[in-house]
Design a binder for this molecule. Structure first.
Ligand SMILES: [Fe+2]
Length: 167
């Protein structure tokens, strides 16, 4: 993980409103979303940088672990704030994808853009932590559909080198 990304994860974790060690929507979940997203990106054509940024931002502004319908929009605004503060660099075009992925990740069903769809699928493949079995019909990408049908991401991780050391 590049130094800027390590610094970003530390910063966002420090400002997380929940308990970072125990929240089901906290950093341990973000790391699995990052892992899932980078795995999916090996086949979906998603932009890995946006996948990485989505992982750390999408649930970062939750204020509780239950119903919090505006947390995606807050996560998008928070990403814009830290981008303006130069904590990370991304083109305007790609930042628009990150905003869309964060803002709509709880409301959207399928997304046809491979990067946004990969972000949503990476999140949904971690629903097992909430006691739900990920449903293939809620996946936007064929690869995530395949993983959900298999019932576990683990067999798919074995043969793929994820180009990241998790924070
Ligand atoms: Fe999430």
């Amino acid at each position: 993980m590049a130094p800027w990304e390590t610094a970003l994860w530390r910063h966002v974790t420090t400002e997380f409103h929940g308990d970072p060690d125990h929240s089901i929507h906290g950093p341990a979940h973000w790391k699995r979303v990052l892992r899932n997203g980078l795995l999916l990106a090996t086949r979906t054509g998603a932009d890995p940088l946006i996948v990485r940024l989505f992982a750390v931002f999408h649930d970062s502004r939750r204020i509780n672990d239950m119903t919090d319908p505006d947390h995606g929009a807050r996560g998008a605004r928070y990403a814009a704030k830290l981008r303006a503060e130069r904590m990370f660099t991304v083109s305007d075009e790609n930042f628009a994808l990150l905003e869309e992925a964060c803002r709509s990740h709880t409301d959207g069903f399928h997304h046809e853009h491979p990067t946004v769809g990969t972000c949503w699928d990476a999140d949904r493949l971690d629903l097992g932590r909430c006691g739900f079995v990920p449903d293939a019909h809620f996946m936007s990408t064929e690869f995530a559909w395949e993983i959900a049908r298999a019932g576990s991401v683990q067999p798919f991780l074995a043969g793929v080198k994820i180009p990241v050391s998790l924070p």
